[in-house]
Design a protein around this ligand. Structure first.
Ligand code: UDX
Length: 423
């Protein structure tokens, strides 16, 4: 059993801890929030993530996983120390290194000789050096190992990664880290730290580019009377294009894409390269939020002032309770700015939203509503009783920002239906 410390019990840290324990390692995970540690030691996790609570419990029951307060205590005797702390966005768009440097300063003096510090946080290219300096140790290694898990399928993504990327200047350290993942079937890409850090940003920026491309294409389809879903269907059979990440919607959001695209743009600016393509990708995303708002305003007859708008969905995508940088929240906020009274239902979304009435079932927000706007692609929205929705609404009008519903069925039920990029 290899002793592993994980610093940070957020999305990445918690999932990493649970699956390394699942692989048979002896894992101690540290966080700075005492209540979080208490709850975790009892097997209660602070986020909604399919399969994660079960995996955490199995780790605790098998005595391979425990949680402690403070990074220092976690690293005693550890062969590996994973840094999984947040890198929030600074005012200039760059990623803040404060948490990661603090963590490195704390663990530096306690690390055993030859330990490997593994950086999983998304950090500016070249940060491995900064971590090395903060650690203040010559006899430990710092290796980059970017994380590609998606919220909502984090456990699956850890157990079945498409690839494992290891960035290290030391071949032996890279091999030791690769051995930690024994049992996981995946291609291991070994490179230098700066390249590994760039792979993470490039992957997220490319995926965001695909989504912005299809959103822009959807707008074109509306202008020329084409159906974007069939366009994607017709394109996707070309394996060079594929079907993934080509669903139009209210724009991309979440804890990674907005932060990482801006950070990459900042990195490019600093390096003297004008990454105009990426600038465009971000601009299209901002426009997309606004286009959904404009559709709702149009559906309400030209103004939402004083009107009730029902929103289905607040989470940034389905199968997560996360509302960080959620396009749904952005659309709701902009509708409020225009004087709308918004009532919302989301089966999982965390936290309240100022001025928005949260309803406990999907029908309640529809009462007296001028428009129903579908903002998150929760499966359950597909199967709801549209006759009941229609009877509740003041005006039977749907803006389906996720192309989730069947337009023909909605129209048959008497709704005015507006999707994204389809007639
Ligand atoms: C993303 C990356 O996928 C993951 O590899 C990385 O580690 C973290 O960032 P996540 O933030 O969980 O994961 O969300 P993801 O599933 O990628 O979706 C991002 C956004 O794009 C969501 O707002 C989603 O609704 C939107 N999206 C995605 C679309 O609008 N259309 C699509 O076809 C796909």
């Amino acid at each position: 059993m290899t002793r592993v410390a994980v610093i940070g019990a957020g999305y990445v840290g918690l999932t990493t801890s649970a699956y390394l324990a699942h692989l048979g390692h002896d894992v101690v995970c540290a966080d700075v929030v005492p209540e979080r540690i208490d709850a975790l030691n009892q097997g209660r996790i602070p986020i909604f993530e399919v399969g994660l609570e079960e995996m955490v419990r199995q780790g605790i029951d098998g005595q391979r996983l425990s949680f402690v307060l403070g990074a220092e205590t976690a690293v005693d005797d550890a062969e590996f120390a994973f840094l999984c702390v947040p890198t929030p966005q600074a005012a200039d768009g760059s990623a803040e290194m404060g948490f990661i440097e603090d963590a490195a300063r704390q663990i530096g003096p306690r690390l055993r000789s030859e330990a490997i510090v593994v950086n999983k946080s998304t950090v500016p290219v070249g940060s491995t050096r900064a971590v090395e300096q903060a650690l203040g140790r010559e006899d430990v290694f710092v290796v980059s190992n970017p994380e590609f898990l998606r919220e909502g399928s984090a456990v699956h993504d850890c157990l079945h990664p498409d690839r494992i990327v290891i960035g290290s200047d030391d071949q032996a350290a890279a091999i030791r880290l690769a051995a930690l993942f024994e049992g996981i079937q995946a291609t291991v890409v070994v490179t230098d730290p700066a390249t590994a850090e760039t792979i993470k940003y490039a992957s997220n920026a490319f995926l965001a580019t695909k989504v912005s491309f299809v959103n822009a294409l959807a707008n074109l389809c509306e202008a020329v009377g084409a159906d974007v879903r069939d366009v994607v269907f017709g394109m996707g059979y070309d394996p060079r294009i594929g079907f993934e990440f080509l669903k139009p919607g209210p724009g991309w959001g979440g804890s990674c894409f907005p932060k990482d695209t801006r950070a990459l743009l900042h990195i490019a600016d600093e390096a003297g390269y004008d990454f105009s393509l990426l600038r465009g990708v971000i601009a299209v995303n901002d426009e997309q939020h606004e286009r959904v708002v404009a559709k709702v305003v149009a559906a309400a007859g030209g103004s939402v002032e004083g009107r009730t708008i029902a929103a289905w969905g607040l989470a940034f995508k389905a199968r997560t309770d996360d509302t960080r940088d959620s396009p749904a929240i952005e659309v709701v906020r902009r509708l409020q700015e225009r004087g709308a009274r918004v009532r919302a239902y989301d089966p999982q979304a965390r936290g309240g939203l100022e001025g928005v009435q949260r309803c406990s079932d999907p029908y309640a927000p529809c009462e007296g509503a001028a428009v129903l706007v579908v903002l998150t692609e929760w499966d359950e929205f597909r199967w709801l009783d549209l006759d009941k929705v229609r009877a509740l609404m003041a005006v039977p009008s749907i803006v389906d920002a996720r192309n989730l519903l069947d337009p023909a069925a909605a129209r048959r039920k008497g709704f005015v239906y507006e999707g994204i990029g389809r007639p």
